[in-house]
Design a protein around this ligand. Sequence first.
Ligand SMILES: *[C@@H]1O[C@H](CO)[C@@H](O)[C@H](O)[C@H]1NC(C)=O
Ligand SMILES: *[C@@H]1O[C@H](CO)[C@@H](O)[C@H](O)[C@H]1NC(C)=O
Ligand SMILES: *[C@@H]1O[C@H](CO)[C@@H](O)[C@H](O)[C@H]1NC(C)=O
Length: 429
Amino acid sequence: MAYPRFRGTEIWWRRLGRRIVVIALGFMILVFVISLTSDSRRKGIDSDPPSTVSDSDLVHLTLLTNAKDRGAVCLDGSSPGYHLQKGFGSGSSNWLLHIEGGGWCKSVLSCSSRKTTRLGSSNYMEQQVPFSGIFSHELSQNPDFYNWNKVKIRYCDGGSFSGNSEYKPQNGTILFFRGQLIWQAIMDELLSLGLVNASQALLTGCSAGGLATLIHCDDFQARLPKSANVKCLADGSLFLDKEDVTGRRTMRSFYHDVVDLQGIEKSLRTDCISHMEPSQCFFPKQIIENIKTPLFIVHSAYDVWQIQHILVPDAADPHNQWFKCKMDIRDCSSDQIKRLHGFRNAMLDSLSLFQHKKDWGLFISSCFIHCQTWMTSTWHSPHSPRINNKTIAEAVGDWYFNRREVKLVDCPYPCNPTCYNIVFSILGE
Ligand SMILES: *[C@@H]1O[C@H](CO)[C@@H](O)[C@H](O)[C@H]1NC(C)=O
Ligand SMILES: *[C@@H]1O[C@H](CO)[C@@H](O)[C@H](O)[C@H]1NC(C)=O
Ligand SMILES: *[C@@H]1O[C@H](CO)[C@@H](O)[C@H](O)[C@H]1NC(C)=O
């Protein structure tokens, strides 16, 4: 189940009514698409998106070379890594960690392809990456966290930092599924660099990295001083155990394969796996129910990734009736919009327990998008999506610093004129 129509190395993204090309986002979506499909193709993964950021925004990759001794390695056996920008001024004892996303691999074949990309091997990672959005050190772009220590944790295990096994195919190829060990090694390294004395800390992540955030949130809090203010934020990661449009449980069987292949069971809550099929416990719904640390969810009720892979995976649309709608929400028929609203309702249902938790927060937009925290254009700018006139950055800041309770849920599509909606189109079209 390839995604032949995304074969181009660039995907275009336009704001409704106005053409803005943000290659970075399309690039990320492309990586998701590639990493989920079983016959992944490398094309487009390894080239950096064009960037207009200045050198001061570029942050170097640090590899955890010592972590190899404890078995903490990427899919191919290379060292995992992270990018650290030191905090300054009043933020110098505060820490924001962000776990990179990028889908999962579920089979020996897809994991073998992945290990020749930056999502499976540090040999292919960029030596430096731009820090924007929630990573930005500019007060104007990141009002509450600009001067914190910030860490982007690179994703190279294919199992949301939760795997713990290895695979030796007959022909001698080895795959390492060591996500859980990578998480532990990175935490130890950051603690030794000053995280151990943090006064404020926020663990965040997007998509598969948001799932890792949920899985490790309480562990993160447990490792920090009791006096520290510790919270977690998951962006674009509320993956639903929903049937696709043909009634099949595509996502359930996908997660089943990921959990099984990578030995993820050991990282999941024992009270969950004792009464459920382990892969069920990999779904955010089961994890969130038990999280003790204050949590914020940034999400879209029309999450592009979930529409394209959970609600309408390619196999569920053999006649391409959803093709246009999946590329551009403005091209959905009224019946299709009804299905999308149904998906939104399921999403909101899954969040019902949030209403009762005072120190938990929500920003659920109705934009056709996936991951909104790490880009300035969606995090905090004059043109960012807003709910009740709040940007995501303002909502998260209000929640983190207890300035007010934040439970922002947008009205259904297409009511919010501030939305960024992604539009996929084929190059040359
Ligand atoms: C070895 O097995 C892996 C996994 O099945 C496969 O991807 C790879 O192509 C095989 N290599 C050779 C040389 O057969
Ligand atoms: C944490 O704080 C203590 C006491 O101020 C100090 O001795 C120690 O070096 C700090 N640790 C790190 C890793 O910065
Ligand atoms: C929305 O917020 C901005 C500041 O972020 C403010 O300038 C503007 O007046 C607000 N608009 C409304 C309608 O409240």
